[in-house]
Every structure is written in structure tokens, then in C-alpha cells.
Design a protein around this ligand. Structure first.
Ligand code: DLL
Length: 435
């Protein structure tokens, strides 16, 4: 079901005109109300009148996470606090959190973006939407909550954690949708499998809205098979309000971005020049409707590409490919670029392994070391190392051929790798003590 056919299926010309009108307005607001943008634009010799339409967007300055931290907490706010109704923040690994603030309209637009994704699962009145993203400063919980509200569904604010209770409520309240990180969804699926009290057949789940971290097609297959659902990818970031910047349609062939609200660009992260259509690069967003804290050309660090081909679902909103990883997640090991998601992709090719993994990178005798903890499923596990060898060898060969580095593989017992209730942590890099 399409939530907002007018916006989601708008013709390209009309969309460009709408984006242009919204861009002109947001640039004027930023210039007049946010000294940070006025200074940047003055330095570049750009005035709001120079921005005639969306085709001029490349004349505008970028905004980085670093800028947001420098302007902490409210330096980028364009409205007085009396118009702000909510504050969210995302905790980075270091330093001050990134803050976003919202007017009433901002909250309504944000909820609309999430509702568009939930409509893909036909979520509506009578459907219990179990929101197992964390509630709090993190945008996942309240974002999914408000989206379910717009769809007229029943909001079940379980928040993250307490898995046994999540499962009990999922069964007793007959939740139709589960919203959480894909890694937590997998953990819940494993708990259901192990449980003597509940079986997946007792559940009424039909769809999951999973996001907040990169995940793979293999992980999708696993979640769909274990939870008997359709697993839909939902994307977003705090700087652009939160979840619901875009989401997959029922064909699961890329994430439709809600271009009427968030204008996407793909740039080469080294040269900062636009990439050719279809080329992989860094995703950049301009929030076209945000009132409290509009952001121009935000460098997300997410690496992906845009797909402009027509989609079977009828939506014209541009699609983005799965997020390959974040440029700041990329590890360089013995000179080779490695993304954690590549390991997940390989693992899901091997039925004996769960998709759980943990990477430890270190440097010994001036050489990078790459240790990979993986988990065998209970039916394949044996504590006897010689019985593990037949599983290690093909996995090792596949990683070497695909990624080009030789891992030291360590087999853990089922459940031996720590599970997370929110975004999963997959890497410890001891070389610079930053991760
Ligand atoms: O993770 C918002 C969100 C909540 C999205 C719930 C989806 C569901 P942040 O904490 O600011 O916001 O983190 C944003 O998470 O730049 C991506 O690197 C990553 N991310 C979010 N969704 C996806 C996804 C929320 N579907 C950062 N696939 C983003 C891959 C994702 N990465």
C-alpha cells in the first residue's frame, strides 16, 4: 500500500520543481537565521539569490559531523526555542552528541516518512506495532512510534532489551510488526527458537522494519525464515530527523528515499565532486522541509549509490542501494580496505555459521593482525578443534578470495558472541585505540 501517492509517485519534472522551491526557501532561512551558514556562504561568495533551483545545490557548502559538534548544542537552530517541541541526540563514539531539534511540523513530517515505510507492510488500524528500538534520545523508538500512530496502528512501546518479555508480549498481544535493529531481531528470533514457552507459529508477525545499522541480503533471508515475516529495510539518521528518510518497497530492491523532504546526492569523498549516476560514493542530504534545524548538504559518511530506474511498485522516489558501510567504519588491514558487512555477507553463505561475528584488529611486529570470532550453529558445533576444521577451511578460503586478507578464525560456541539490543558492535581496532 502506498501511504502518500502524490509525493511517492510524483513525476520527475514536478518533483524537481518542488525540490527547487523548497531548496530556495531553506537556503534563505539558513542564511538569515543561522550564522554558521551565513559565514560559510559569505566566505564562498554565495548569496541565497544565487540558488535558483536544485541544479545549483552544488554551489552550497557541505555540513559535516564535525561542524555539528562545533555548533553543539543549538548553533544550527533556525527557530527560537519557544517553537521547538522536542530534542533528540545521537551519541557518537567520542565527544559531544549530535543534536537535532524539532518543531511540531518537523515531528509531523518525520512521522510521515516512517508511515510511508510502514504502509509497505500494510500497517494500519488494528495492527500492533511492537517498537523495540530504544526510546530516549535515540530517534529509533519515538520515530517508529509516531510513524505507527500516523498509520492509525496500535503502538506497543516495548523499547529495546528484556528479550523474554518482548517475546511474551509479541505472542500475547499478537504483534503484527516488529521494529528494531536487524541484529536485535536476530537475537529475538534465536530466543524464540530456544524457548519452551512460545513457538513462532504462535505469533502473528508479518513484517519487520529493520534499520539503524548496515545489514545484508543473507541476514534478511535468515530473519524472514526464522520470524516468518517480510523484512523491510528502513533508513535514516538523526541529522535528518531520524528513521524514515526512506525505506524499501514490497519488491525489496533498494531503499526509496523521500526526496520531497530529503534531497540526496552522491559525491566522491576525496574530491567532493558529484559522482556519475549509478556510481558508488558518499551519500549527502539536504533537509528540504526541516524548520527547527535545517541542514544543507550533510555528509553522512554512508557509502552507497542511487538508482534512478523505474521501480515495479509505481513509486518514482529514487532508490539507494544497500549501505555498503560508513567510510569511517572502513578498516584498512594490511593495506586492504575491509568493511565489516563483507564478513557478514560471507558468513551468510555458509549454513553452518550464524551471521554473528566479531573482528579484532591489532598490530604485532609491525604487521596488522586480523582475528575473526564466528559462531557455529548448535547442530554443527563441537568443542573439539579437529571437528571444527572442516568448517574453518572453506570460510577461510572464501574470505581470502573475496577480501584478500588472511583471517585468524576462532570458533565460538552457539551464543558465544555477545548480542546487542541496539546497534551491533562488530569491530575492535587495537591499533589506534579508537574503536
Ligand atoms: O540510526 C536512525 C534510525 C533508527 C534509522 C531506526 C533506522 C531505524 P543514527 O543513530 O543517527 O540514526 O545513525 C544513523 O545509522 O548514517 C547509517 O550509517 C546507519 N543506518 C541507519 N539506518 C540504516 C540502514 C539512526 N537501514 C546512521 N542500513 C546512518 C544501513 C543504516 N545503515
Amino acid at each position: 500500500m502506498i501511504h502518500n501517492p502524490k509525493m511517492e509517485c510524483m513525476g520527475r519534472e514536478e518533483m524537481t520543481a518542488l525540490q527547487s522551491e523548497r531548496l530556495r526557501k531553506i537556503v534563505k532561512t539558513c542564511y538569515e537565521k543561522v550564522p554558521f551558514y551565513k559565514n560559510k556562504m559569505d566566505k564562498m561568495g554565495i548569496k541565497p539569490e544565487d540558488i535558483k533551483g536544485i541544479e545549483d545545490i552544488h554551489k552550497l557548502p557541505f555540513t559535516t559531523k564535525h561542524d555539528l559538534r562545533d555548533e553543539y548544542p543549538f548553533g544550527l537552530q533556525a527557530t527560537p526555542m519557544s517553537e521547538v517541541r522536542r530534542i533528540h541526540a545521537s551519541s557518537g563514539t567520542t565527544g559531544k552528541p549530535v543534536v537535532d531539534t524539532y518543531t511540531d511540523n518537523d515531528i509531523a513530517n518525520w512521522a510521515e516518512g516512517v508511515a510511508r515505510v510502514m504502509a509497505v507492510g500494510d500497517i494500519g488500524p488494528g495492527d500492533v506495532v511492537q517498537v523495540s528500538y530504544g526510546y530516549g534520545l535515540f530517534t529509533g523508538g519515538l520515530g517508529a512510534h509516531d510513524g505507527a500512530h500516523v498509520r492509525g496502528a496500535v503502538q506497543l512501546p516495548t523499547s529495546a532489551g528484556n528479550s523474554e518479555k518482548q517475546i511474551m508480549l509479541m505472542k500475547d498481544f499478537q504483534s503484527a510488526a516488529l521494529c528494531c535493529t536487524p541484529s536485535y531481531a536476530l537475537h529475538l528470533a534465536e530466543c524464540i527458537e530456544k524457548s519452551d514457552q512460545v513457538k513462532i507459529e504462535d505469533m502473528n508477525l508479518r513484517v519487520g522494519f529493520f534499520g539503524a545499522e548496515p545489514w545484508t541480503e543473507g541476514m534478511r533471508k535468515e530473519l524472514e525464515a526464522k520470524l516468518h515475516i517480510k523484512a523491510i529495510d528502513i533508513y535514516g539518521l538523526t541529522e535528518m530527523s531520524g528513521p524514515g528518510v526512506g525505506g524499501e518497497c514490497e519488491y525489496q530492491c533498494g531503499t526509496h528515499l523521500w526526496e520531497d523532504m530529503f534531497y540526496p546526492e552522491i559525491i566522491n569523498p576525496d574530491t567532493l565532486e558529484p559522482c556519475k549516476p549509478g556510481e558508488f560514493g558518499e551519500l549527502v542530504f539536504t533537509s528540504l522541509c526541516k524548520e527547527a534545524m535545517p541542514i544543507i548538504r550533510y555528509r553522512t559518511r554512508d557509502l552507497t549509490r542511487l538508482i534512478y530506474d523505474k521501480c515495479k511498485c509505481g513509486r518514482t522516489a529514487v532508490r539507494m542501494d544497500r549501505i555498503l558501510g560508513r567510510s569511517d567504519d572502513m578498516m584498512i588491514i594490511r593495506g586492504v580496505n575491509v568493511f565489516p558487512s563483507q564478513i557478514e555477507t560471507v558468513l551468510t553463505e555458509f549454513p553452518a555459521f550464524t551471521p554473528q561475528y566479531f573482528i579484532t584488529v591489532d598490530r604485532k611486529n609491525n604487521e596488522d593482525t586480523f582475528d575473526l570470532d564466528v559462531e557455529l550453529r548448535s547442530e554443527f558445533f563441537s568443542p573439539n578443534p579437529s571437528k571444527q576444521m572442516p568448517y574453518i577451511k572453506p570460510l577461510y578460503d572464501r574470505i581470502v578470495s573475496l577480501i584478500g586478507i588472511k583471517p585468524n578464525i576462532h570458533i565460538k560456541e552457539p551464543g558465544g558472541i555477545e548480542r546487542s539490543i541496539g546497534k551491533a558492535k562488530h569491530v575492535k581496532d587495537l591499533r589506534n585505540f579508537q574503536n
